[in-house]
Design a protein around this ligand. Structure first.
Ligand code: ATP
Ligand code: MG
Length: 237
């Protein structure tokens, strides 16, 4: 298994946020992680990447138990993570952001690595552009490129389509598909619009109120009455 977890339970502020959650990301596949607002998707990412320590359960990465391994060591083992908000360094240009990312890697990465990652993520902007001046999609591309330079084995992507228009979402799908098909990266993709996931995901896990309510191929999962109820009787349709 590339990256996964089993039996994960997590409480925050005295509230049970995740209960007995398990999933598995495979190399060269996109696993959709779906669920209404507040279902626990981002919290599960925090557990997988090591920012939250679960009360119970096991997290594995590339065949190792990393449940107690700190965030930065999981990153070095090949885990990459993007966030719901694409926050770029306010005082840096695109080129400076790349340089900072190159130099935070041991050993330093080369400018060639940055150019490769920019091409891979379709980031076609002058490198002297202030990162803060980039639009939402280019910010996401820059952050993704900085991650890809480290050649992660698995990418956790938290609502990467948020804030994008339809044509941009199509391009994002192409970029992610290329990461998976050409580089055999395993992607766990959070998205709560079911129709977007059915186009790209190989499999889906649906969370509701911190529990897995369905898992399997997207079409089957989205036809599941429990999933329909969670979406259409819940807060977010
Ligand atoms: N640090 C925290 N302390 C207490 N409760 C938290 C904390 N972080 C998240 N929660 C609660 O945990 C639940 C799950 O939140 P989470 O952000 O994981 O959901 P989500 O599925 O990512 O939702 P969204 O689709 O809105 O991003 C929510 O009820 C949220 O209020
Ligand atoms: Mg979230």
């Amino acid at each position: 298994m590339l990256c996964g977890c089993s039996g994960i339970s997590l409480s925050l502020g005295g509230r049970l946020i995740l209960s007995d959650v398990g999933l598995e990301a495979k190399p060269g596949e996109i696993l959709g992680l779906v669920g209404p607002n507040g279902a626990g998707k981002t919290s599960l990412f925090e557990v997988l990447c090591g920012r939250y320590s679960p009360d119970a359960g096991t997290v594995t990465l590339d065949g190792r138990d990393v449940t107690r391994t700190p965030f930065h060591r999981r990153a070095r083992l090949g885990l990459g993570r993007t966030y719901q908000s694409p926050v770029v360094p306010a005082s840096l240009s695109v080129g400076e952001a790349f340089r900072a990312a190159r130099k935070s890697h041991a050993p330093y990465l080369s400018r060639h690595d940055a150019e490769w990652a920019a091409r891979l993520t379709h980031l076609h902007v002058p490198w002297d552009t202030p990162a803060i001046a980039l639009g939402a999609f280019d910010r996401r591309k820059l952050l993704m490129a900085c991650l890809m330079m480290r050649r992660p084995k698995v990418l956790l992507m938290d609502e990467p389509a948020s804030g994008l228009i339809n044509a941009e979402i199509d391009e994002l799908d192409l970029i992610i598909r290329q990461l998976v098909d050409e580089y055999a990266i395993g992607v766990i993709l959070i998205e709560h619009r079911l129709e977007l996931l059915s186009a790209v995901a190989d499999a889906c896990v649906v969370l509701d109120l911190g529990e897995v309510i369905a898992t399997g191929p997207p079409r089957d999962v989205f036809d599941d009455p429990k999933v329909k109820a969670a979406y259409f009787e819940g807060a977010d349709a």
